[in-house]
Design a protein around this ligand. Sequence first.
Ligand code: IMP
Length: 456
Amino acid sequence: MTVTIVGSQLGDEGKGGIVDVYGDAVDVVVRYQGGDNAGHTVVSEGDEYKLSLVPSGAVRGKIGVLGNGCVVNPNTLFEELDVLSERELSPDVRVAERAHVILPYHRIIDGMEEDVKSDDNLAAGTTGRGIGPTYEDKAGRRGVRIGDLLDPETLRERLEYVVPQKRALVEDVYGIEIGEDVDGDAFDVDTLFETYLAFGERIEREEMAVNCGEFLQARLDAGDEIMFEGAQGTSIDIDHGIYPYVTSSNPTAGGAAVGTGVGPTVIGQGEVVGIVKAYLSRVGTGPLPTELGSVDGQTPENGGRQDESELATYIRDKGGEYGTVTGRPRRVGWLDMPMLRHATRANGFTGLAINHIDVLAGLDEVRVGHSYTLDGEELLSMPATTEKWDDCEAEFRTFDGWDDVDWAAVAAEDYDAVPENARTYLEYIAEELETPIYAIGVGPGREETVIVESPI
Ligand code: IMP
């Protein structure tokens, strides 16, 4: 039995909390894409852990796997494992031999390209973790994989081929002096070889490397429950998102098969839970039709009922909408239903977990982008190009707000304890998406979740 958890919007939907809640019932938690661009905070027995690579379930004694679709920065991986072991946790983390390795030059090149793109407003606002350049090398068949770190001859061969290309890119294309403007060690074959061989030795010593698909199939055959933990979200998927303001992997459910080696027919027999934030937030760049503060400049002075920039600040602060990895304040907007209809189809959601209902509490009214108007026509789903998406005007529906209540008490009861107006809002979402609600997040803690149904 498998359950796949997928972000339905732009990332940061609160997937970690749901992974946590449902994770108790599984034996293995697997990440299938992305790298240390995904930040999540895990609270366990009063202790807080900030993780960006290690699957959160690993803190709770589950086996954590980084699948072949991930890009792995061994520095981050071992830093996180060392912090956890200083706190007397010894998580069982495995890494796919087929996963690609983020090298120091990837991070440097990520920053350079963003700088250049920002002149033309094309920067994706990346996390600067080298994600895009690593996936580029994977697709360009010049990447270094975890398995290569375990084999000195192959590692040297790979580095000797690729590093001169990176040097040329940096010096000849970007006109940047290696050793002066950027760290020379990041572009030195011998230094990289020594450092990454040592990482490989540790991976080997700690028996972390796995043939991912085989490892997971053996666990399934033994009767284990597996959770596939998507990072980021559908609208920043490289194929189904708002290209080019996307990440470079596939957070969508199909990525779970490709990124782990477990067949789509196996994953398709399980559940696919879409995590929805009750509003939108976005750390990166690009259009956002339901964005607050820039949509229609509504203020009480000009006849509007609520001041949008104040509203944005209210939601940002109440929802803690600041990047986990970067600390950047996030842009916020109303829920975007065309985005969710697109995500529901692309992922085949079998259930929804809707988070942050508590953050919207206390507002007079809550709005939802129900559809778009594009060139005089009504659209119920997202257009395929980001340029057209930018031209879409959101058509809003307005719901009566709900009061702030004792959310912990609500979570301790059941769905009927959720304020009536909030239920009307939730039921609208479920009906529009023709997908049942499995859980409602009413606060940041794992116990502040109303569980309607467990997918496991
Ligand atoms: P990258 O993944 O660092 O290459 O960044 C590409 C785009 O994805 C940028 O707009 C980032 O802000 C966004 N992004 C990457 N990871 C996350 C995440 O975990 N949550 C939300 N946005 C993300």
